[in-house]
Design a protein around this ligand. Structure first.
Ligand code: 4NP
Length: 157
């Protein structure tokens, strides 16, 4: 089993969106039994909460249901559980580097490393932007999900 966790700040907007989008892609490709998907936040403010209603609504319009996801905080243990620990932006990457046990850094990357054509490194935080911010997150995450799945298939299967 290849295990992937997406990490943002609150685990209520960007990373649950990535979890839902990537899981849908994995299942669509018949790989649900081979790739496990999760998400987490580097901050703890929203632990236990469902994704932001704006993120849920935007995802639902693209056929993706985020309602069962609950926010949790990223832990040091994530670096032994997950093969891929993917940060949504450089700030969260820096926070994860501090949490990462020595020798496990190879698991850590930016999600948008898998979407070189996107021309940026961060999935911008939509929390204070609203509306189009959530659509932009979905566009970036869809692109990177395809790149990530292609990478996993090439590398592991
Ligand atoms: P996320 O968005 O990191 O994409 O889940 C945010 C959610 C909440 C906060 C910041 C970003 N907050 O400051 O509460």
């Amino acid at each position: 089993m290849i295990k992937v966790v997406f990490v943002c700040l609150g685990n209520i907007c960007r990373s649950p969106t990535a979890e839902g989008v990537f899981r849908a892609l994995v299942e669509e490709q018949g790989l649900g039994g081979r790739i496990a998907v999760d998400s987490a936040g580097t901050g703890a403010w929203h632990v236990g909460q469902a994704p932001d209603p704006r993120a849920q609504k935007a995802a639902r319009r693209r056929g993706i249901d985020l309602s069962a996801i609950r926010a949790r905080k990223a832990t040091q243990g994530d670096f032994t559980t997950f093969d891929y620990v993917l940060a949504m932006d450089p700030d969260n990457l820096a926070a994860l580097k501090k949490l990462c046990p020595p020798g496990e850094e190879h698991r850590l990357a930016l999600l948008l490393d898998y979407a070189p054509g996107a021309g940026r490194r961060d999935v911008p935080d939509p929390y204070y932007i609203g509306g189009q911010g959530f659509e932009h997150v979905l566009d970036l995450v869809e692109k990177a999900s395809r790149g990530l799945l292609a990478h996993i298939q090439k590398t592991h299967f």
